[in-house]
Structures are given as C-alpha cells and as structure tokens.
Design a protein around this ligand. Structure first.
Ligand code: AKG
Ligand code: FE2
Length: 201
C-alpha cells in the first residue's frame, strides 16, 4: 500500500465527459468479504452475445439484478433482472450516497483472471437515456481501465483498486469508449458491479 491510496481523481477525462475515481471506499477486510460473498451467491452465467450472426459465449461471467423485473437487451440477447441480494442493496446505498444519484439496476461482471477482459464499447443503450450515471465497484484483483475518445482517439487509464468506486457520468458514454484490457500479469479474479438507472421501461 502506498501513501497515495484513496487518492480521488476529480475528472479523469480532459473534455467531453466526466469520470470520477473515488479510490478505495470500502476497507480492505470488507472488500475481501464482499468479493467472497459475491463470488458465492450471485447467479453468475457465461455471457452470451450474437456478433456478426454468430452466437458467442464469453469466458467472463455476468449477472443482472434490479428493482423490478427489468429486462435489458444488448448484443442481441435479453436478460431479466433478478431480485436484489442484501449485499447488492448495501453497496447500492453506498454508491448512491457517495455519487448523489439513485440507481435501479446492476450489471455484474466476473473476470476469472487477466485472460478475460472487456472490449472497447460505450454504455449508450437507449434504455439508459442520455448523460446517464454509472457507478462501478471493483473487488479482488486490480485491473487497468481505459477510455478512448471516439473522435480524437485520445486515451486515459486508471487502476481500479480492490474496494474502489468509479463514476462515469455526463457526456462520457456519448463521446468516449471504455475497456478493461487483458493482462498477462493478473492471475486472481475480479468482481465488478456497475449500478445503472434504466429510464424507459
Ligand atoms: O469491468 C469493468 O470495470 C467495466 C465493465 C463495463 O464496462 C460494463 O459492464 O459495461
Ligand atoms: Fe461498460
């Protein structure tokens, strides 16, 4: 641990969006507990997608929880939201208090090791509306997270620490792509929770 742990970054992006990195907002012992409980009691499923007409099953696992049975469609597949667990509700409250925004759903990702990542994309589905806020917790292995401007190609990265919170808001999804690059150096799992607000259902 360095002296610079918990260092908050007010805005990682120089223009056209806002990304706040709150640093480690969950103490280490609690973060380890959350990682273990989430690994056990979330209904993890290999993610499915239809890409160029092919049915793909990802190594990464995912899950979708929410207030009511929201459905969520992306890459040609539809998911039905499951009922909140106690831990997800506790983390939702922490995210709401820190970011000043209410969330009604959560997309979770499980990366077993550095062989698994997420390709460049933006979360700009119409169900999220424009200028949506997405609050993202990380538990387990530290991973690099990158942003790339859609027009200029300028890129910025941040290290997502165990127990940290990141907020993407404003015009971020309109103007920037983000990705979780693969890394040969990472052998431990990472659990990611992205709290979102569905507006049009
Ligand atoms: O794993 C992460 O930190 C980000 C995941 C992500 O971008 C997403 O679920 O849309
Ligand atoms: Fe995303």
């Amino acid at each position: 641990m360095s002296l610079f742990d918990n260092e908050r970054i007010e805005n990682l992006l120089p223009y056209d969006g806002e990304v706040v990195y709150y640093g480690r907002v969950i103490p280490l012992d609690e973060a380890d507990l959350y990682r273990n409980i989430l690994l056990q009691n979330i209904d993890w499923k290999n993610d499915e997608a239809v890409i160029f007409g092919r049915h793909i099953i990802t190594k990464r696992k995912a899950a979708w929880y929410g207030d009511s049975s929201y459905s969520y469609t992306y890459s040609g597949t539809t998911k039905q939201a499951l009922q909140w667990t106690k831990e997800l509700l506790a983390l939702k409250t922490i995210a709401e208090n820190l970011t000043g925004t209410k969330y009604n759903s959560c997309l979770l990702n499980l990366y077993h090791n550095g062989d698994e990542g997420m390709a460049w994309h933006s979360d700009d589905e119409s169900s999220l509306g424009v200028n949506t806020s997405i609050a993202s917790f990380s538990f387990g292995a530290e991973r690099k997270f990158s942003f790339k401007h859609k027009r200029t190609g300028e890129s910025h990265s941040v290290l997502l620490e165990n127990g940290s919170l990141l907020l993407m808001k404003g015009a971020t999804q309109t103007n920037w792509l983000h990705s979780l690059p693969k890394s040969k150096k990472v052998s431990a799992p990472r659990v990611n929770l992205t709290f979102r607000t569905i507006v049009d259902q």
